[in-house]
Design a protein around this ligand. Structure first.
Ligand SMILES: [Zn+2]
Length: 210
């Protein structure tokens, strides 16, 4: 069996491209348009996936309906590199400055479905974000505005959705502090479903850590 080579974000990208083809098939009776959309989807996959696998491209070339698409996307699970599970203790270590850290329900997390782990402590309005790459974790903490979310573009997944303002405060030289504010999806699960560019997510975290 092939070793997993797709990130969760790669799988989301494939799913999004497949959905574009299905939408074209549903809305257009012109076969030429469907063929063109399919061609663009395949080009995008070849451009953006780090590892292009001919078997995957072949599947995208022949996908015809939503059941086929669903089975195909499900089949990608065996090639997916999951987020390496982190324990309660591991999280406490990552956020050791938070003496009363409120932990997420890790037992409900599907590690094969997330590009990043995030949760909100509604008591303090603190939002925690954790990334994992090759077993190394990166931790980011910010504060969100407790207002009702507004519609906007999420700085993590780049999709238009219900977002809230996330502010990370970074200590600079001496006593200088700098705050960075970004709108990000309020719904972490939905956001994870939309993350198809892992580098963008990494950039977001890196920008707020500096
Ligand atoms: Zn998002």
């Amino acid at each position: 069996m092939t070793a997993p080579f797709l990130t969760v974000a790669d799988v989301r990208l494939i799913e999004q491209q497949v959905n574009k083809i299905l939408r074209a098939k549903l809305t257009s009776t012109d076969q030429k348009i469907v063929t063109a959309v399919r061609g663009l989807a395949i080009t995008e996959l070849k451009d953006r996936l780090t590892h292009v696998n001919e078997d995957i491209i072949k599947e995208v070339e022949i996908v015809e309906d939503s059941i086929g698409a669903e089975l195909f996307v499900q089949s990608l699970k065996s090639y997916t590199i999951p987020f390496k599970p982190v324990s309660d203790k591991g999280l406490q270590k990552l956020f050791k400055k938070d003496k009363k850290l409120k932990l997420p329900k890790l037992e409900t997390v599907d590690w094969q479905e997330i590009s990043y782990l995030s949760w909100l402590d509604k008591g303090t309005n603190r939002q925690y974000i954790v990334l994992e790459k090759e077993g190394e974790y990166t931790a980011l903490r910010g504060v969100v505005e407790a207002h009702t979310p507004i519609k906007g573009i999420c700085a993590i997944c780049n999709h238009h959705s219900a977002v809230h303002l996330f502010t990370a405060t970074v200590k600079g030289n001496g006593d200088n502090y700098t705050s960075y504010s970004n709108y990000i999806c309020e719904d972490v699960q939905l956001c994870n479903k939309n993350v198809s560019d892992y580098a963008k997510l990494e950039d977001f975290v890196a920008r707020n850590l500096v």
